[in-house]
Design a protein around this ligand. Structure first.
Ligand code: XUL
Length: 523
């Protein structure tokens, strides 16, 4: 029982083929855009631009990568004809602009041409703004005001207005290039664009990715009329339908059957965003489960039963493909901040860990706010490290202070999610560090499991395909049962909280919150 998950991310297109019978990953592969398609001239998956705030990529490149990936899977004799359903994950927020001809073009694809040839005929905008674009501050301000201010915007769409979100991006296009906007019959997200190619029809958007647009009513999971109005004229006509994440569009595009030998009865399942897919691929299919990814930035995401929104407007709420909602909070000063402290004292990572061992939980009241770079959560525009009861010359205490600050900040700024986590899955590079995981477990007072998923978003997409297919075939599908064989961490990998240290952090949190509030007021 094979299911395929594709992951169209910023820098690559990857695939994960799973076999549900034995809970195994059969094949994983990836095409790096810069290396495999140098003719587009991308750098790290995006097109160079004289204005660094403008970050676009090419939908033609994404289409070409899809052809190439299937070619390679066919050449390697993967059981493409036995795949029962396909779904995918797209980098969130990016948008694709197509003319009215797109619907017919996708339905009657020219099988003698490539996907790129087919797509090139229907683009009304040659490039696509992606999530790294930050050129829409004016549009954010205008839409925020039209929606009644920050709090109203958060309550309506699940997030404050953010530059990378699709609504402000569409508004900018409509006002700067009204002619091309007028020629645009269909606006897609990266996910729904790829899903359209897979299904041979204009694809709906799911509530996971729809939540990243500032255009969807986060409670009703329908387009928000006020947000559409605040965005651009006649927008409703250009957007596809919203559909649940288990929606089956139909059978796969005959183009793929003809060229690559896919089964003509294989189902095309609506795609979702990479974060909602990563939620599933990390195994967070029940409310109260959260993951912390310790990467360049640290990200905390989790499953929520109800729609709680962040009153400070820093976090995001998207629909969860497993039902309910997901939260996403991104902390800019993650690994880079840990590394800066490490380097400042000439430590290796072993020295850094030893310093955490030598110091005590709570750091004798020493506190740091490691805002080396402007911070997203909390919003800090003037960077700079702040210290309290902490001597900058004391190497070991500073190592402990940066990690404790990060963990306390995560706890503090995720309180709006309502539920205390029942467990945390830790992923990303620094989740290798046992001392950091112990501080995480103690501050959150919950067990922490190390989660080793190489391509969580791709795996999540494959599991979503399996879920949608099972639901359609059998009338029910249990998320936990489906996901557990692929995502359940080894129970012996748990880091348990130490009750004494946990109690200490409970007492320290208000002092940390006060220090943060004080510093924010000053900056
Ligand atoms: C989330 C975000 C990124 C993109 C690309 O809001 O901007 O995580 O989804 O990965």
């Amino acid at each position: 029982m094979y299911f395929l998950g594709l992951d169209s991310s910023t820098q690559s297109l990857s695939s994960v083929l799973i076999d549900l019978r034995n809970g195994s990953i059969v094949d994983e592969r990836s095409l790096n855009f810069d290396a495999a398609f140098p003719h587009y001239g991308t750098q790290n998956g995006v097109l160079p631009h004289s204005d660094p705030t403008v970050v676009h990529s090419s939908p033609l490149l994404w289409a070409e990568a899809l052809d190439r990936l299937f070619q390679q899977m066919k050449a390697d004799k993967l059981p493409l004809g036995e795949i029962l359903a396909i779904s995918g994950s797209g980098q969130q927020h990016g948008s694709v602009y197509m003319t009215d001809l797109a619907e017919k073009q996708f339905r009657d694809m020219d099988i003698h041409g490539s996907l790129t040839d087919n797509v090139a005929r229907v683009l009304s905008r040659p490039t696509s703004p992606v999530w790294m674009d930050s050129s829409t501050s004016a549009e954010c301000a205008a839409m925020r005001e039209a929606l009644g201010g920050r709090d109203a915007a958060v309550a309506a769409t699940g997030s404050d207005l953010f530059e990378r979100f699709t609504g402000p991006q569409i508004r900018k296009f409509a006002s700067e290039e009204p002619g091309a906007y007028k020629q645009t019959g269909h606006i897609a997200l990266v996910s729904s664009f790829m899903s359209s190619l897979l299904a041979g029809q204009i694809s709906p958007i799911d509530p996971g990715d729809g939540g990243g647009m500032n255009l969807m009513d986060i409670q009703k999971l329908t387009w928000h009329p006020g947000a559409l109005e605040a965005c651009a004229p006649t927008l409703r006509e250009k957007l596809p339908a919203l559909a649940p994440s288990h929606h089956i569009l139909g059978v796969v595009n005959p183009y793929l059957v003809f060229k690559y030998g896919l089964n003509a009865a294989a189902k095309a399942v609506v795609w979702s965003g990479d974060n909602p897919c990563a939620l599933i691929g990390t195994g967070l299919v029940e409310p109260g489960m959260i993951a912390i990814s310790l990467g360049t930035s640290d990200t905390l995401f989790g499953a929520m039963a109800d729609c709680q929104t962040d009153p400070r407007g820093e976090g995001h709420v998207f629909g969860s493909p497993a039902g309910g909602y997901m939260s996403l909070i991104c902390f800019k000063n993650g690994s880079l901040a840990r590394e800066k402290v490490k380097d400042q004292y000439g430590y290796s990572w072993e020295d850094f860990s030893a310093a955490l061992d030598r110091t005590q939980p709570g750091n004798e009241g020493a506190l740091m706010l490691p805002w080396f770079d402007p911070e997203i959560v909390p919003r800090v525009l003037t960077p700079g490290v702040r210290r309290k009861n902490l001597d900058a010359a004391h190497a070991d205490s500073n190592c402990r202070a940066v990690v404790e600050a990060q963990m306390m900040s995560m706890r503090l700024h995720s309180e709006w999610m309502g539920e205390r986590p029942s467990c945390i899955y830790a992923t990303g590079g620094a989740s290798n560090n046992a001392q950091i995981l112990q501080i995480m477990a103690n501050v959150h007072n919950t067990p922490v499991y190390r989660q080793e998923t190489a391509n969580g978003a791709g795996l999540g997409a494959a599991l979503r395909a399996a879920h949608a297919w099972t639901l359609a075939e059998k009338g029910q599908a249990d998320w936990m049962e489906l996901a557990a064989p692929f995502t359940k961490p080894e129970s012996h990998s748990a880091t348990q909280p130490d009750p004494e240290a946990a109690a200490l952090y409970e007492q320290l949190l208000p002092a940390f919150a006060a220090f943060e509030a004080e510093s924010l007021a000053q900056s």
